[in-house]
Design a protein around this ligand. Structure first.
Ligand code: ANZ
Length: 944
């Protein structure tokens, strides 16, 4: 009987739905296991074969854990707010809700075909008011909290107010935008508005003045990567740096905890390192400098306090509030012209671009160590948002300062007399710091750094600074607060109204505040965000509801916030919501939260390393402080799946003709390569008829063939519509079945690795499943397994497989598991195995990989329940014991490694195992071996 995958897959997909096979509840009698995929943004293009890679990998793990007796939560949902739907709406007028719904339907259809074990009853969509209710709720909690550095966690804002009422800022150590100082009386004397402004300085969700990339023509703030060379990526409109009042999240308050938490989670070292760099802990010193002849001083941040004796000038960031104060009348015009120029550059450009620009302010600062007066410059290589936005420049020991000094002809004074201060010498600066020529001889400083290493010199200088009250030791983080406002339509509305210019939260029990309807999705004529088009977007505090804007009286009815939340808002706590998705009283109930705790295995792409994976860790830590989340870290283990790249094909058009020449002959002509749809190319041979029909302009195309065929060129590129290399999983499922697709995607290589999609091997995987099927069904459709005594060989074969697959799944080495399956099926076929117990184990092992086929065979073996509830088999070492022989494995006669084989292993088994061995791939380099020579009990030589 044929392996009829179409029928089998349809049947089981239906049964799973009917029997709610994947529905899961909090079952206290079982240990939990929580598997999570980064949920997709449902784009208009649908899924391509790259998308399911991670889902399949995690599904295998989820199914495996269930077979081991765990209660597995494996949910799925949609990150449904976002820009593409909004842009589509701007172009076509189609409401983003409709586009999103259509895309979700298409995703769901595609996902359903692949046989995932998702509990769809727990689906979430970030654009659903029942979902964003809790996004808004968390935002309100952040607004009503501040971060207490003393207790190391978020606290209710009332506690801060209490503190102010009792002692003002005295004794307060809280995360803030700006250090403030006032006493209790001063606090009490403040107007409500002043008090609110003051509290804003501490709130975890706060309105802050931030520099943004503002594009006046588009009426919106752009992200850094949407700006290229000072103009918008779309449209090419000028972008300027502008201070704007935006909602921000005080992520920086959590920098230390975000850093420390990395030590307790099981993520790859490279991902942790990326986060560490992003958080950017920097231990340094803040030192105060006086401005010469003025009653003014300012603070700089340095990690090299030991270089105080080499300071030859100071630099302020252009945005620094000090700039107008230190600019002298004589320099004003020049300074203003400079500020104007630098406004056009984004921060990223300022960091990346080494072009030296700057202007002298006219003032001088006094070096507190030497008493020397050094000029104060203004330059955009100093960033406003880092440290204090002001630096002391030591051109002899810092390359940026060096470049600046060279450009503007400023003095360069090395710490060590006679030291080489050419550009090339910079890397060689580590080592012994000799005494500065000035140390000990000026009346200002008797610090002696003679003979110390840099580290010791820094420590000594720090002590000196502290003892002489010149500044303080300071830990800085690069991590910035997150800007949380977007001038967009398709996002979560803020549950905020404005009274006298200050924001107020709508009542918690009136949430969710639903996104209003608008007739245009663009900014308004007056430059307000799209919500500015809404006519019913005002808050009636008495009724506690949204009313028409015409009713705004600023007494009972107030305007609502026009910005919406950014993409990362909805994805920051979705893992918690999956635990209890229908709860309308809380984000998650205590019971569900206590049971599921946090995600045990999170699978997703590396592109989220510094966005989502920082924000969601922050968000979770905040909820942890509130007592809502029980674990401080949301994602215990994280696996990054690689990308599936496209394998593009090309045809070569002879210039100015409609004639296409085959790959091997193209060099004889002047040709233009053109992408061709990979779906009309098989093994690089073009289907000429299909090509002619592909585009009207190719209808009359002519071809220069080689050996009667048109051979296409190829390249590995990103899988994308514009390269015509997108392979749709539906097509593969239709042709080979979901089980083949699942196994093939895993067989392509290690999960974490990026690899090109290449259908050439898919037939092999499909044949393997057929072969496995044939162990169960004879030609006449007779069911073969019988109750018999398993032979030693059969037991050895299956127990070897149990051991290998169990070990491999634990480390996500699915490709090697699949090779092991192939070997085992070959062995059992050769043994003509009919043993029911052995074949039953085989089916259970197969279930995570090819669930439809496994269910079908499980049923045929006489089981009334799903194979998902079977028990994962254990291996017995006794069956594996054997007299083994060590073989040296050689390639073209060169010994490379050894492998052990049973003394009685036949040549086919040895050959198959050698070819399947991972190490072999390195030496085979994708070639087909010409010959494999096996010298019994000694050597395997592969001739390439
Ligand atoms: C003097 C000095 C001498 C410095 C030397 C470095 C080397 P990290 O490690 O990243 O924290 N700096 C401080 N604030 C800055 C800002 N807002 N924009 C640009 N640069 C800034 O770097 C700290 C160092 O970067 C500080 O130490 C300061 O230059 C500079 F041989 O001070 B240093």
């Amino acid at each position: 009987m044929e392996y009829n995958f179409r029928e089998i897959e349809k049947k089981w997909q239906q049964k799973w739905v009917e029997q709610k096979t994947y529905q899961v509840t909090e079952d206290e009698s079982k240990q939990k296991f929580y598997v999570l995929n980064m949920f997709p943004y449902p784009s208009g293009a649908g899924l391509h074969v790259g998308h399911p890679l991670g889902y399949i990998a995690s599904d295998i793990y989820a199914r495996y854990k269930r077979l081991q007796g765990f209660n597995v939560l494996n949910p799925m949902g949609y990150d449904a707010y976002g820009l593409p739907a909004e842009q589509y709406a701007i172009q076509t007028g189609q409401h983003p809700a409709i586009t999103t719904q259509n895309n979700i339907n298409r995703y769901r259809e595609q996902l359903d075909k692949i046989g995932f074990s998702f509990d769809w009853d727990r689906e979430v969509r970030t654009c659903d008011p029942k979902y964003y209710h809790w996004t808004q709720w968390a935002f309100q909690k952040m607004f009503n909290s501040f971060y207490c550095n003393t207790c190391g966690k978020a606290q209710p804002i009332e506690k801060l107010i209490e503190h102010f009422e009792k002692q003002g800022t005295e004794g307060l150590d809280a995360a803030c935008s700006e250090e403030l100082s006032f006493n209790a009386d001063e606090w009490k004397a403040m107007s409500e508005k002043q008090q609110q402004e003051t509290l804003m300085n501490y709130r975890i969700a706060y309105l802050g003045e931030t520099m943004v990339n503002w594009c006046p023509q588009l009426g919106t703030v752009l992200a850094n990567d949407e700006v290229v060379d000072g103009v918008s990526e779309r449209g090419g409109y000028p972008v300027v740096q502008k201070k704007m009042r935006q909602w921000c999240l005080r992520v920086s308050a959590y920098a230390g905890r975000l850093l420390d938490g990395l030590d307790h989670i099981d993520w790859t070292d490279s991902l942790k390192e990326t986060q560490r760099n992003w958080i950017g802990r920097s231990e340094g010193t803040e030192v105060r400098f006086k401005v010469k002849d003025r009653d003014l001083e300012f603070t700089i941040f340095t990690t090299r306090a030991d270089t105080m004796f080499g300071v030859t000038f100071m630099v302020l960031a252009p945005e620094s509030e000090l700039v107008p104060q230190v600019t002298t009348d004589g320099q004003r015009a020049e300074v203003e012209a400079y500020l104007d120029r630098t406004k056009k550059r984004t921060e990223r450009e300022r960091i990346a671009d080494r072009r030296v620009t700057g202007v002298f302010s006219g003032s001088y600062a006094i070096n507190p160590f030497t008493g020397d007066a050094v000029p104060i410059w203004i330059s955009d290589y100093v960033l406003a948002g880092y440290g204090t936005g002001a630096i002391m420049a030591v051109p002899a020991h810092d390359s940026r300062d060096y470049a600046f000094a060279k450009h503007f002809n400023l003095p360069i004074v090395p710490l060590v007399e006679g030291c080489d201060v050419s550009e090339e010498s910079f890397d060689a600066k580590e080592g012994i710091v000799c005494n500065s020529p000035k140390a000990g001889v000026t009346p200002y400083c008797d610090l002696n750094l003679n003979g110390l290493t840099i580290k010791e010199a820094i420590a000594a200088t720090k002590e000196y600074v502290k003892a002489h009250h010149l500044g303080r030791v300071k830990v800085n983080y690069r991590l910035r607060d997150a800007i949380f406002s977007r001038q967009r339509y398709w996002g979560e509305p803020f549950p905020v109204y404005y009274k006298d210019g200050m924001p107020y939260m709508i009542d918690e029990n009136k949430l969710p505040l639903e996104l209003p309807e608008v007739d245009k999705f663009l900014p308004t004529e007056t430059g307000e965000p799209p919500l500015g088009h809404a006519t019913k977007w005002a808050w009636d505090v008495e009724k506690g509801e949204v009313v028409e804007n015409t009713k705004i009286d600023n007494v009972h009815v107030f305007p609502l916030e026009l910005n919406t939340m950014p993409g990362f808002a909805g994805s920051s706590a979705y893992y918690l919501r999956y635990m209890d998705p229908h709860n309308d009283k809380a984000l998650v109930s205590e019971k569900a939260d206590r049971y599921w705790q946090n995600v045990d295995l999170y699978v997703g792409g590396t592109e989220h390393a510094t966005g989502h994976l920082i924000y969601s860790r922050f968000w979770n830590k905040f909820l942890f402080d509130l007592g809502v989340s029980v674990k401080e870290e949301p994602f215990q283990k994280l696996v990054n799946q690689g990308m599936i790249q496209g394998r593009s094909n090309f045809v070569y058009r002879i210039k100015d003709t409609n004639t296409f020449v085959s790959l091997g002959l193209k060099d004889q002509y002047d040709v233009t390569p053109l992408h061709v749809d990979v779906n009309i190319v098989t093994n690089d041979v073009l289907d000429i008829e299909a090509f002619k029909n592909w585009r009207p302009e190719y209808h009359d195309a002519e071809f220069i063939l080689e050996d009667g065929k048109y051979i296409c060129g190829w390249a590995v590129e990103k899988m994308s519509k514009s390269m015509y290399n997108v392979v749709n999983p539906d097509m593969i499922v239709e042709k080979y079945g979901a089980d083949t697709l699942r196994m093939y995607e895993m067989f392509l290589g290690p999960v974490e690795q990026s690899k090109p999609w290449d259908t050439n091997g898919i037939d092999g995987v499909h044949r393997f499943l057929k072969k496995l099927w044939n162990l169960f069904y004879g030609r006449q459709g007779e069911f073969l397994p019988t109750e018999s005594e398993a032979t030693k060989e059969e037991l050895k074969s299956i127990h070897k497989l149990i051991k290998k697959v169990t070990g491999d799944i634990e480390v996500f080495s699915y490709n090697t598991s699949i090779s092991a399956f192939m070997i085992c099926v070959n062995e059992l076929t050769a043994l003509k195995s009919r043993n029911k117990a052995v074949l039953t184990d085989l089916v259970i092992l197969l279930a995570p990989f090819a669930p439809h086929l496994a269910e079908e065979l499980w049923e045929a073996l006489g089981h009334g329940t799903t194979v998902c509830d079977a028990q994962w088999p254990a291996w017995n070492e006794d069956y594996l014991k054997e007299d083994t022989v060590k073989y040296t494995i050689s390639f073209n006669g060169k010994a490379r490694f050894t492998m052990e084989f049973p003394a009685d292993a036949d040549n086919d088994t040895i050959q198959a195992a050698v070819m399947a061995e991972e190490q072999s791939q390195k030496w085979i380099e994708g070639k087909t071996p010409k010959k494999v020579i096996i010298v019994p009990k000694k050597i395997v030589n592969i001739v390439l």
